[in-house]
Design a protein around this ligand. Structure first.
Ligand code: ZN
Length: 243
């Protein structure tokens, strides 16, 4: 139950504690300002401005979820983030795959722009985190509808290798997409989240099971992150054995 009089600082604390509704309120409160700032930084390109706003908002959410981010001045924090994001956007545009075309990622929930932006940004980060060869394979497969033969020809590898590359690239994309939903600041928490993602995606983490369980037992934040990851993973295609 939120009212307009709740201070930004208090909302930030609530987001740090895992409350996504508090983030939605922060978003609604500051998005118009962020957009105005972005339009000023992107020389009138509406698409670039929207990208810069969503990047800045994602950065804010990730920082808060990681226990960092602004303590007070949220508008000031966002203005700096928007300017940085706008500078990155132009450089990135030419190598970006339109998020809507990424294969097998869940459709964003209707009517929730925060979720939609967040999901899109996670997908984009996951795509950019792939090796160049995997990015090319996913792009050819998903955007251009190429088969293994043509992908192999383009990359100079045999069709079975191309087929396996596409499979592994798509799986890496899903794991990366999941992983970008949580961003703990602590290195041990980050390691544990990597293993939780691996385990959710069906990779063996048996030798780390004891360490992961013991961490989850004492870290409430990671237990909550684990729950979020399981929810997101439930919307993804499940892994079915390596070809
Ligand atoms: Zn932890």
């Amino acid at each position: 139950m939120y009212v307009e009089s709740v201070e930004d600082a208090e909302l930030c604390e609530q987001v740090r504690a895992g409350d996504s509704r508090a983030f939605r309120l922060l978003w609604e409160r500051h998005v118009a300002m962020a957009r105005q700032c972005a339009i000023g930084c992107t020389r009138g390109s509406a698409a670039d401005a929207e990208d810069a706003v969503s990047d800045a908002m994602l950065g804010l959410l990730q920082a808060l979820r990681g226990g960092r981010g602004p303590v007070g001045n949220v508008p000031g924090y966002l203005r700096v983030s928007v300017r940085r994001a706008a500078a990155r956007t132009a450089a990135r545009r030419h190598r970006e795959l339109p998020v809507a075309e990424l294969p097998d990622l869940p459709a964003s929930e209707n009517g929730c722009r925060v979720t939609a932006y967040f999901d899109a940004a996670c997908a984009r980060e996951a795509f950019l985190g792939l090796s160049e060869q995997r990015r090319i394979a996913v792009r050819l497969f998903a955007l251009e509808g190429k088969g293994a033969g043509q992908i192999g020809e383009r990359l100079g590898i045999a069709p079975p290798a191309a087929s396996s590359l596409v499979y592994r690239a798509k799986e890496a994309l899903r794991a990366g997409y999941l992983r970008h939903h949580v961003s703990p600041a602590d290195a041990e928490c980050a390691d544990v989240m990597d293993r939780v993602v691996a385990s959710l995606r069906g990779r063996s983490v048996r030798r780390h099971t004891a360490a992961v369980s013991s961490h989850l037992h004492r870290c409430a934040a990671c237990r909550e992150r684990g729950r979020q990851l399981r929810d997101v993973n439930a919307g993804l295609p499940q892994r079915v054995g390596v070809k």
